[in-house]
Each structure stands twice: as C-alpha cells, then as structure tokens.
Design a protein. Structure first.
Length: 153
C-alpha cells in the first residue's frame, strides 16, 4: 500500500483530538508542541506548521511563553472534520494531478478528465467529513476522561 506524502490532515485530527481529550479530562493548562509531537510521533516544528492554519481558523489558540502551548478554541461537538480538511487542503487537488505531455494523444485530453475526477472526489471527501465531529472521533476512539488522567499536568 502506498504511503501518503501529506500527513497534515491526519496530524491535525490527532492533535485536535488530543486537545479535546485534555479539555474533557479537566486539564486547564496548555499543551506544548513537544507533548503533541510525542503523541503524534512527528517533529514539533511540523506540529506547529499544522496548528498555525488551525489557529488562524479559530479552531485552536496558543499561549506564548515558557508555560505556553496549545488549547482547543472551539466546541468539539461543533467542529467537523470537513472544516479541518478545508483549512489544510483548501482547493488543492486531492489526487495529485500531474502535468501530462500535451503532444501525446492521451496526454492532450486526460488533464480535463483527471481534473473533473478530482473535483468529484473532493466533494465526496467533504461530504463524508461533514458528518464527523471531533466528539465523534473521541467516541470512536473509546475516549473515557478517566483514561486520560495522564494528560493532566
């Protein structure tokens, strides 16, 4: 199976779920990028690059300083995964469309077919993700606030 080259969405869902778990467990202090990186197994710089657009969209907030970090800024029962997808993916192609050779008979016509297919796939992805909230992700992961006592400082 091919490995995806863009993990921003998966990292974002993971981090948002972690932040929602912390809040549900009663944590009142922000979560550091290092802590989030430890959970996601990615570099803290990558975590911050993913969180930046989510902060601009109002889904998370950050506190600067030695005791700073990240907090969920939106209700996890209201935030759906389509919102997260749109913040990170925007109108970028879902399928990674290439630039074919226009001198080739197939290459000359395939671009329009692939572009149309990409639009249809993007609509299907958004339609599926609209029905899934962060609370749904917590529920599907078997979240129980007592299980997350380790998330409390």
């Amino acid at each position: 199976m091919a490995t995806p080259t863009n993990t921003r969405f998966a990292v974002a869902v993971h981090v948002l779920t972690y932040l929602a778990s912390c809040a549900a467990a009663g944590r009142t202090t922000p979560v550091s990028s290092d802590e989030l990186a430890g959970s996601t197994a990615v570099n803290p710089v990558h975590v911050r690059k993913v969180l930046g657009p989510l902060r601009a969209a109002g889904l998370v907030r950050s506190r600067p300083g030695a005791h700073g970090g990240w907090e969920l800024a939106a209700d996890p029962g209201v935030v759906n995964l389509a919102q997260v997808w749109q913040v990170l993916q925007g109108d970028d192609p879902v399928l990674g469309i290439h630039g074919p050779n226009p001198a080739c008979p197939v290459g000359a016509s395939i671009q329009g077919v692939l572009t149309d297919l990409d639009r249809r796939v993007a609509k299907a992805v958004l339609a599926e993700l609209e029905g899934i909230t962060l609370n749904d992700v917590l529920d599907d992961s078997g979240f129980d606030p007592t299980d997350f006592a380790a998330l409390l400082p």
